[in-house]
Design a binder for this molecule. Structure first.
Ligand SMILES: [Mg+2]
Length: 328
């Protein structure tokens, strides 16, 4: 336990601590495809996220469907919907036969179709549908989304999950957090991901013991700063401080979306005396050399939203934070 931290550093999880290009983001794509026959490109999801208010991936999926079915113009705006045809549409009504519901998954009873192998294609057998198909309810979509992402009961044993969550590369090593401890940095996590998913990555994958965290449902969705402020306050108080304010050490947040940057901006409005730092990093699917142009555009949006510093990777956070801490 750090007694008097030099700074509090809170992390977003998806795109920062783990690569969700093949999991949460893929679940968005497959969920949208399930209902519409259209697979949105990564750039389409990035454009939606750049609006700053679609942090919740269920809501984001629903919004993509809403815009896609809205008008032909809207669909064109979201890229080439050439994959769409009456023959590849599927209906929400068929979901129960193809997607294990959260409540029915039992050990040994998981569907073999939820193997996270790269060739896995969970689309139901094509069946023609009248167009445009009605929007699913959020509850219905959550079931389908969870089938892709968890592929089993989210509240059950992770070892029998068969969904995309099984293939999430980590972006930091467990020792990364020891380095933060050694540098006198108190840390925690503020994520919009579901609690079972957050617990899985932090405790099972990274081996952290009950780390300080805010997950979906613990606080309003970002960019509402409530959860961010609450956890920062808690860590400052645990360090023996008096909480947020002019006398407190800086509080930084590292995220990968405009919503994350806006969360810090709004925190500043709530606590103008407290020093906040907004650190941002482009998500892994933009990190390859072949995506240089898209990444620069993405980073520009993060800067415009108010990020104080853009990182090359999550592991560079300590070096960047040190630079900011030397600046008054
Ligand atoms: Mg994120």
């Amino acid at each position: 336990m750090i007694l008097i931290p030099r700074a509090v550093l809170l992390f977003d999880i998806d795109g920062v601590i783990r690569d969700v290009g093949g999991s949460y983001r893929r679940a968005i794509v497959e969920t949208v495809h399930h209902y519409s026959g259209w697979r949105p490109d990564p750039a389409v999801i990035d454009a939606l996220k750049a609006e700053g208010c679609w942090n919740n991936d269920w809501e984001a999926s629903l919004e993509l469907l809403r815009r896609y079915r809205g008008t032909g113009t809207d669909a064109a705006q979201f890229g080439d919907p050439s994959t769409r045809s009456a023959g590849v549409d599927s209906s929400a009504r068929s979901a129960g036969t193809h997607f294990p519901a959260r409540t029915v998954a039992t050990p040994g009873a998981t569907s073999p179709s939820f193997s996270p192998s790269p060739s896995f294609s969970p689309s139901p057998v094509p069946s023609p549908l009248p167009s445009p198909s009605p929007l699913p309810s959020l509850a219905e979509l959550v079931e389908v989304f969870g089938g892709f992402y968890f592929g089993g009961d989210p509240d059950g044993d992770p070892s029998i999950w068969r969904g995309f969550i099984g293939s999430e590369p980590l972006l930091v090593e467990p020792s990364f957090f020891n380095e933060l401890n050694a540098a006198g940095i108190a840390w925690g996590f503020v994520s919009g991901a579901e609690p079972p998913s957050v617990r899985y990555v932090l405790e099972q994958r990274l081996g952290l013991l009950d780390p300080p965290r805010i997950a979906m449902g613990d606080a309003p969705d970002k960019p509402d700063p409530t959860g961010f402020l609450r956890l920062a306050e808690r860590l400052l108080a645990e360090g023996g401080g008096t909480g947020l304010g002019a006398a407190a050490p800086p509080v930084a947040y590292l995220g990968d979306t405009v919503a994350d940057v806006l969360t810090v901006q709004r925190a500043r409005q709530v606590c103008p005396e407290q020093r906040f730092l907004s650190l941002a990093v482009a998500p892994p699917h933009l990190q390859g050399r072949e995506h240089l142009e898209a990444r620069h555009a993405y980073e520009q949006r993060l800067r415009q939203a108010g990020a104080d510093r853009i990182l090359s990777a999550t592991v560079a956070v300590l070096a960047n934070l040190e630079i900011l801490l030397t600046q008054a």
